[in-house]
Design a protein around this ligand. Structure first.
Ligand code: PEP
Length: 243
């Protein structure tokens, strides 16, 4: 299976800058192909969907409401609404959402169901803090976060391993740490979430042009979730080339 690269713009961008960044990515065969996607702020989905129409680079969302139907949920964006824009992937449980919005397994399970039922592919983000890693709890923390998948894993499962201490810090996990955790995640899924047809485990955490080759050639790394470097066309292109 091809490696998958998703650029997570987070809460960045303005309409004109987005247009210029996308135009640069669309001009690069390494980026404008299946297996590369950009997760943009909800308010820009319509603009970006229009610009990506007929192209191979796909559009993703950074979050989705747990409420499937329309209704009195002020501020929320439902999976059915996202589906109208041809969204391919939805990030779920990014560590920033766990930290600032208190997202937990119960909520993420409901969001997972809402996304899958609307035909979107959820990307479940998991990751331990530095304190948890130093306390020798990294694997058990990840296993607990993966419990969202119990009774849910079906079709093409995508998980992003993003150690919290490596996100936006410039600190990349070592190749050995990445390989070991990705193997642990795949083993957990094979043992506990047997319904999946395929499993892809992406790595995220300070992936940039300089380390993309090493990260993406690590065993059991099936792609990358890229934050900061996805805002720079030339850095993102190099990461896409490494995939
Ligand atoms: C992310 O936000 O998912 C991420 C990995 O960020 P960065 O690449 O900036 O560390």
């Amino acid at each position: 299976m091809d490696k998958l690269v998703i650029g997570n713009w987070k809460m960045n961008g303005r309409r004109s800058a987005n247009g210029a960044l996308l135009a640069a990515l669309l001009g690069e065969t390494a980026c404008n192909r299946r297996g590369v996607s950009v997760a943009v702020p909800a308010v820009y989905l319509a603009d970006v969907a229009a610009q990506l129409a007929g192209q191979s680079l796909t559009l993703s969302a950074q979050d989705v409401s747990q409420f499937a139907d329309d209704g009195a949920y002020t501020g929320e964006v439902s999976a059915a609404m996202l589906a109208e824009f041809g969204i391919e992937y939805v990030l779920l449980g990014h560590s920033e959402r766990r930290q600032y919005f208190g997202e937990d397994n119960r909520l993420l399970g409901a969001k997972f169901d809402a996304a899958s039922n609307a035909g979107l592919v959820p990307v479940l983000c998991v990751g331990e803090t530095l304190a948890e890693r130093e306390a020798g709890q990294a694997e058990s923390v990840i296993a607990t976060q993966l419990e969202v998948l119990l009774g849910r894993a079906s079709g093409h499962l995508v998980i992003a391993y993003e150690p919290v201490w490596a996100i936006g810090t410039g600190k990349v996990a070592t190749i050995e740490q990445i390989a070991a955790m990705h193997a642990h995640i795949k083993q957990w899924v094979l043992q506990n979430a047997k319904g999946a047809d395929s499993i892809r485990v992406l790595y995220g955490g300070s992936v940039k042009a300089e380390n993309a080759d090493a990260v993406l050639s690590t065993p059991n790394v099936d792609g990358a979730l890229v934050g900061g470097a996805s805002l720079n066309a030339s850095a993102f292109r190099k990461i896409c080339e490494a995939a």
